[in-house]
Design a protein around this ligand. Structure first.
Ligand code: HEC
Length: 108
Protein backbone atom coordinates (compact mmCIF):
# COMPACT_ATOMS: atom_id res chain seq x y z
CA UNK A 1 0.00 0.00 0.00
CA UNK A 2 1.34 3.43 -0.84
CA UNK A 3 2.26 5.47 2.22
CA UNK A 4 -0.02 8.31 1.12
CA UNK A 5 -3.06 6.05 1.41
CA UNK A 6 -2.74 5.60 5.17
CA UNK A 7 -5.44 7.29 7.20
CA UNK A 8 -6.16 7.37 10.92
CA UNK A 9 -8.53 4.46 10.54
CA UNK A 10 -5.74 2.25 9.26
CA UNK A 11 -3.50 2.46 12.33
CA UNK A 12 -2.52 -0.77 13.99
CA UNK A 13 -2.86 -0.07 17.69
CA UNK A 14 -2.48 -3.72 18.60
CA UNK A 15 1.07 -3.86 17.32
CA UNK A 16 4.27 -2.95 19.15
CA UNK A 17 5.40 -0.99 16.15
CA UNK A 18 2.53 0.53 14.30
CA UNK A 19 2.21 2.83 11.36
CA UNK A 20 0.70 6.29 11.80
CA UNK A 21 0.41 8.29 8.63
CA UNK A 22 3.39 6.42 7.22
CA UNK A 23 5.62 7.16 10.22
CA UNK A 24 6.77 4.12 12.17
CA UNK A 25 6.28 4.56 15.92
CA UNK A 26 8.57 2.70 18.31
CA UNK A 27 6.81 1.76 21.54
CA UNK A 28 9.31 2.06 24.38
CA UNK A 29 6.75 1.91 27.17
CA UNK A 30 8.15 -1.43 28.27
CA UNK A 31 11.92 -1.72 28.28
CA UNK A 32 12.45 -4.02 31.26
CA UNK A 33 15.58 -6.14 31.37
CA UNK A 34 13.97 -9.56 31.73
CA UNK A 35 11.13 -9.18 29.25
CA UNK A 36 12.67 -6.93 26.58
CA UNK A 37 16.43 -6.31 26.80
CA UNK A 38 17.65 -9.78 27.72
CA UNK A 39 15.69 -11.53 24.95
CA UNK A 40 17.24 -9.13 22.38
CA UNK A 41 20.73 -9.93 23.69
CA UNK A 42 20.01 -13.65 23.86
CA UNK A 43 18.69 -13.75 20.29
CA UNK A 44 21.48 -11.66 18.76
CA UNK A 45 24.59 -11.83 20.91
CA UNK A 46 25.09 -14.67 23.36
CA UNK A 47 25.70 -17.35 20.72
CA UNK A 48 29.12 -15.70 20.47
CA UNK A 49 29.25 -13.71 23.70
CA UNK A 50 28.43 -16.53 26.06
CA UNK A 51 29.63 -19.85 27.32
CA UNK A 52 33.12 -20.58 28.59
CA UNK A 53 35.03 -18.78 25.82
CA UNK A 54 33.00 -15.70 24.80
CA UNK A 55 34.10 -13.69 21.74
CA UNK A 56 36.44 -10.81 22.59
CA UNK A 57 36.36 -12.04 26.20
CA UNK A 58 33.01 -10.30 26.58
CA UNK A 59 30.19 -12.38 28.02
CA UNK A 60 26.74 -10.87 27.66
CA UNK A 61 24.98 -13.59 29.61
CA UNK A 62 22.87 -12.31 32.45
CA UNK A 63 22.09 -8.94 33.97
CA UNK A 64 25.49 -8.13 35.51
CA UNK A 65 27.38 -8.70 32.27
CA UNK A 66 24.93 -6.70 30.18
CA UNK A 67 24.87 -3.83 32.67
CA UNK A 68 28.67 -3.72 32.96
CA UNK A 69 29.03 -3.57 29.17
CA UNK A 70 26.11 -1.39 28.15
CA UNK A 71 28.24 1.45 26.75
CA UNK A 72 30.19 -0.94 24.52
CA UNK A 73 26.96 -2.73 23.55
CA UNK A 74 25.31 0.51 22.45
CA UNK A 75 28.42 1.63 20.54
CA UNK A 76 28.69 -1.67 18.69
CA UNK A 77 25.00 -1.91 17.73
CA UNK A 78 24.81 1.76 16.73
CA UNK A 79 27.86 1.57 14.48
CA UNK A 80 26.64 -1.78 13.12
CA UNK A 81 29.79 -3.76 13.91
CA UNK A 82 27.61 -6.06 16.05
CA UNK A 83 25.93 -8.46 15.74
CA UNK A 84 28.95 -9.65 13.79
CA UNK A 85 28.03 -11.29 10.50
CA UNK A 86 24.40 -10.15 10.64
CA UNK A 87 22.59 -7.03 9.54
CA UNK A 88 22.40 -4.04 11.88
CA UNK A 89 19.67 -4.23 14.50
CA UNK A 90 16.65 -2.14 13.56
CA UNK A 91 16.29 1.33 15.07
CA UNK A 92 13.42 0.36 17.37
CA UNK A 93 15.36 -2.54 18.88
CA UNK A 94 18.34 -0.27 19.51
CA UNK A 95 16.08 2.39 21.00
CA UNK A 96 14.62 -0.10 23.46
CA UNK A 97 18.08 -0.93 24.81
CA UNK A 98 19.01 2.78 24.89
CA UNK A 99 15.80 3.54 26.79
CA UNK A 100 16.50 0.80 29.34
CA UNK A 101 19.95 2.35 29.91
CA UNK A 102 18.47 5.86 30.15
CA UNK A 103 16.05 4.59 32.80
CA UNK A 104 18.93 3.40 34.95
CA UNK A 105 19.80 -0.02 33.49
CA UNK A 106 17.78 -1.64 36.24
CA UNK A 107 17.52 -5.34 36.98
CA UNK A 108 13.80 -5.30 36.32
C1 HEC B 1 28.90 -14.31 15.18
C2 HEC B 1 29.50 -14.00 16.46
C3 HEC B 1 29.13 -12.70 17.15
C4 HEC B 1 27.87 -12.21 17.40
C5 HEC B 1 26.53 -12.81 17.00
C6 HEC B 1 28.06 -11.00 18.15
N1 HEC B 1 29.38 -10.77 18.34
FE1 HEC B 1 30.20 -9.18 19.33
N2 HEC B 1 32.07 -9.83 18.83
C7 HEC B 1 32.36 -10.96 18.12
C8 HEC B 1 33.79 -11.02 17.88
C9 HEC B 1 34.51 -12.14 17.14
C10 HEC B 1 34.35 -9.86 18.45
C11 HEC B 1 35.81 -9.42 18.43
C12 HEC B 1 36.02 -8.27 17.48
C13 HEC B 1 35.73 -8.64 16.05
O1 HEC B 1 36.16 -9.73 15.59
O2 HEC B 1 35.02 -7.87 15.38
C14 HEC B 1 33.25 -9.14 19.06
C15 HEC B 1 33.38 -7.97 19.75
C16 HEC B 1 32.37 -7.32 20.42
C17 HEC B 1 32.54 -6.16 21.28
C18 HEC B 1 33.86 -5.48 21.59
C19 HEC B 1 33.96 -4.18 20.88
C20 HEC B 1 33.95 -4.34 19.39
O3 HEC B 1 33.03 -3.81 18.73
O4 HEC B 1 34.85 -5.02 18.85
C21 HEC B 1 31.29 -5.84 21.74
C22 HEC B 1 30.93 -4.71 22.69
C23 HEC B 1 30.35 -6.77 21.17
N3 HEC B 1 31.04 -7.66 20.38
C24 HEC B 1 29.00 -6.73 21.38
C25 HEC B 1 28.08 -7.56 20.73
C26 HEC B 1 26.65 -7.41 20.83
C27 HEC B 1 25.94 -6.36 21.67
C28 HEC B 1 26.10 -8.37 20.05
C29 HEC B 1 24.64 -8.59 19.78
C30 HEC B 1 23.86 -7.47 19.32
C31 HEC B 1 27.19 -9.13 19.46
N4 HEC B 1 28.37 -8.60 19.89
C32 HEC B 1 27.03 -10.21 18.60
C33 HEC B 1 31.46 -11.91 17.71
C34 HEC B 1 30.08 -11.78 17.74
Amino acid sequence: MATGLFTFSSCYYDSKEYILGGISICDTTNTQFASVVNPIITQNCTACHGGSAPSAGISLEGYANVKNNYTAILNSINNGSMPKGSSKLDDCTILKIQTWVNRGAQNN
